[in-house]
Design a protein around this ligand. Structure first.
Ligand code: 58G
Length: 250
């Protein structure tokens, strides 16, 4: 899997990607990273990459030419990989998109800056526009790093534990259950007894119930997308009853 990143801040991308799970995947050559700086593809003395918007208004617009040349350089070494623009106008990036990307051979990410890119660049060179959420950032670098991280941790051999086992919680559209580690008793309370029982069937049942309950409480929008089987329905009803008893609903 190779990732190419078109960015005015290649050191930001390289430094962020040297850390943690993604850094280890790079060291072990499970992924490869190359950055392409549009400023290196300018020809004027000032190395200009932005200009004033036609039609007036505040801010600047990323010029076509340095972006086109940077993308062409990336494409030459990563033929067939899609050119992906990170922008608030993009389709929402989620776990299912992360899985599909993990099944591919990589991507060329374009990180915009300023008020945006010349639309003619978008129309001609961008295959897909993605957004990591409904908010505006000052550049596409953080979203590109988020996408690369989400995809990389799904690749075989990247996580110590089997990624498919870990991802099961969100892959099936429910939120993760709570986790606990030592000590068994702390100032802040005790670990739920079931987790100390050694009864693995009961533990799996408790975790599933907590996942369904958390999804119901915090992300009812996700819950409506699910097709719960009879067992899940029973577990969720149990959680709902206990929750209602706890907050004092008859
Ligand atoms: C058009 C307009 C093209 C992604 C703006 C490119 C990027 C948030 C997200 C841009 C971003 C997100 C300018 C700065 C987009 C660029 C970039 N902000 N929600 N900012 O994924």
């Amino acid at each position: 899997m190779r990732f190419d990143v078109i960015t005015l801040f290649p050191e930001f991308i390289r430094q962020a990607m040297a850390i943690g799970v993604v850094g280890r995947a790079l060291d072990r050559k499970i992924i490869a990273l190359d950055c392409w700086n549009p400023r290196d593809y300018t020809e004027d003395n000032y190395r200009t990459v932005d200009d004033r918007p036609y039609g007036g208004g505040p801010g600047m617009v990323f010029m076509i030419e340095p972006l086109r040349r940077a993308v062409q350089a990336a494409r030459a070494v990563a033929p067939g990989n899609p050119v992906i623009l990170l922008s608030p106008q993009g389709a929402r990036f989620d776990q299912s998109r992360a899985s599909s990307m993990a099944a591919g051979s990589g991507a060329i990410f374009v990180c915009g800056r300023y008020e945006g890119l010349d639309q003619r660049f978008v129309d001609h060179y961008v295959d897909e526009e993605l957004s990591i959420g409904d908010f505006v950032l000052s550049g596409g670098e953080l979203p590109a790093l988020a996408v690369i991280d989400a995809v990389t941790r799904l690749l075989p051999g990247v996580l110590h534990t089997d990624a498919s086992a870990i991802e099961d919680s969100f892959m099936d559209g429910t939120l993760d259950c709570p986790h606990y580690t030592r000590p068994e008793k702390s100032e802040e309370g005790e670990v739920p007894a079931v987790l100390l029982s050694g009864n693995h069937a009961l533990i799996a049942r408790w975790r599933r119930k907590q996942s369904l309950g958390a999804t119901w409480l915090r992300r009812p929008d996700l819950l409506t997308q699910l097709n719960l089987n009879k067992v899940d329905q029973a577990l969720l009803l149990e959680f709902m009853d206990e929750h209602k008893a706890k907050i004092g609903v008859q």
